[in-house]
Design a protein around this ligand. Structure first.
Ligand code: SF4
Ligand code: SF4
Length: 443
């Protein structure tokens, strides 16, 4: 029997769960590798360029003021994860987690080049031949190629992918970029190729706390010990009627990517990938027994007790997910394309210039979050006795430099009060209030 710590070779097996895993993981993988290349209206669909302060989600610019929207989506994602854990255990880990997806890719490459788990285990016992060495070398080269492609794609979500590749090919990328790309590739190679399940067992923070989210009604991968025991090898003919359904073939252990025996009961190392379900279903077919000796079932169900799926906590997670999505959706629909900040100059309330002008000093920063907004006009509204002094037109870019302005009046006895500034950019009009302070009145 394999222990989680010893070296073991995972046996690949076809089946319903394998098909589900493909159905879920392939679209995610295709999305990961392709979204980074897609642009809309000249802008990347997804970009988290912190250095240039460009945050693009579905080609729409986000600013720091939109952080609550992104927080809403993050809360919805976390609630969905809790909902899934409460409902079906670690299905995220088994079917969609990047660690699992990449491990299965690396496993398939290994299986293709070095043969089945049995052949690989046999090869481990003898000195390597020249042909096997060549296959192993090719395997590692392919793993490195996948790891590099993964690292470049991932980095492409932070630096536009075309710029990144051009910089790397022309050897103009900064040392930080080289180190980042190299480290990510190395991590992918180690995680999916060599360390694999050890990450799920010892390093994954999600696995640490999701145990508390499950209960006796969680439909996780379970062995039906009531039906399976007493286990025993051999056929299930009349003379074997005293035995349970488990023929003790160990196939469920051989296909397990974390090397555990599900028949020992629910274990923290189980990632609910369902590989043991596929393997056991095949054995049940061959021995003429009903499928489902290992299946997604709750502890209560296995013990023949009533087991409701919809529990208050599960409904609660679902509601939190829905509400967070609705709030984020509302925020998205009312997202601002133009953001302005006005700061009064520190240290002085007002100043008299040239003995005949009473002035207040400000700094204004404008940020636009749509490429059609190129320039903005700044206006002081409904204050005929006051003038706004500073650039009338401002060039807009995402960096939003602070620009100095002053509001002045010839009336040295003018009262202080509220001032309304308007920013006109394309069809967008943004109004912002500030205060004017004088010796007669201060705000
Ligand atoms: S695959 Fe099924 S029959 Fe074989 S050992 Fe596992 S539980 Fe028993
Ligand atoms: S016990 Fe079954 S479901 Fe759990 S990790 Fe192993 S193969 Fe996957």
């Amino acid at each position: 029997m394999q222990s989680p710590s010893s070296k073991f070779h995972v046996r690949l097996t076809p089946g319903r769960m394998q098909n589900w895993r493909r159905l879920i993981s392939w679209p995610l993988l295709i999305a990961f590798f392709s979204l980074v290349w897609i642009t809309y209206d000249g802008r990347p669909l997804l970009l988290f360029d912190f250095e240039q302060r460009r945050l693009l989600v579905f080609a729409s610019h986000f600013s720091w003021q939109d952080l609550p929207i992104l927080t809403g989506f993050l809360i919805a994602a976390a609630a969905l994860l809790f909902f899934m854990a409460m409902g079906w255990g670690r299905i995220w880990c088994g079917f969609a987690c990047p660690q699992s997806c990449w491990t299965w890719i690396f496993l398939r490459i290994e299986n293709w080049l070095e043969g089945s788990a049995k052949q690989r285990a046999q090869a481990d016992q003898y000195p390597l031949t020249g042909q096997f060495l060549l296959r192993r070398l090719t395997k590692h080269l392919l793993w490195i190629a996948v790891a590099l492609a993964t690292s470049l794609t991932f980095t492409g979500y932070f630096i536009p992918i075309r710029e990144l590749l051009a910089e790397l090919v022309q050897l103009q990328a900064s040392p930080a970029v080289w180190i980042w790309v190299g480290s990510m590739a190395l991590l992918t190679y180690l995680n999916a190729g060599l360390v694999r399940e050890q990450i799920c067992l010892h390093a994954c923070p999600y696995s640490r706390f999701q145990g508390v989210m499950m209960d006796a009604d969680t439909r996780k991968v379970s062995y039906d010990f009531v039906r399976g025991e007493p286990r025993g090898r051999g056929s299930r003919k009349k003379s074997q009627k005293d035995k349970g359904s488990c023929v003790d073939c160990d196939l469920c252990v051989q296909v397990c990517p974390t090397g555990i025996d599900i028949r020992k009961g629910s274990q923290a190392a189980c990632i609910d990938c369902g590989a043991c379900i596929d393997a056991c279903d095949q054995v049940m077919d061959k021995t003429g027994q009903a499928r489902g000796l290992i299946r997604f079932a709750s502890e209560a169900e296995i013990q023949g007790k009533f087991s409701p799926f919809w529990r208050p906590r599960l409904v609660g997670y679902g509601l939190v997910c829905l509400l967070a999505l609705m709030a984020a959706g509302y925020g998205l629909s009312s997202k601002k394309e133009l953001v302005a900040e006005i700061r009064r100059e520190r240290g002085q309330l007002y100043r008299i210039l040239g003995n005949d002008q009473l002035c207040n000093f400000y700094h204004i920063k404008l940020e636009a979050f749509h490429p059609r907004l190129q320039t903005a006009e700044v206006r002081l509204v409904d204050q005929p006795d006051f003038s706004l002094q500073g650039p009338q037109q401002l060039r807009l870019d995402n960096r939003g430099d602070w620009v100095a302005y002053r509001i002045c009046t010839d009336n040295l006895q003018a009262s202080g009060g509220s001032m309304l500034l308007e920013f006109h950019a394309d069809s967008v009009v943004l109004s912002k209030k500030t205060s004017f302070i004088s010796q007669n009145r201060a705000y």
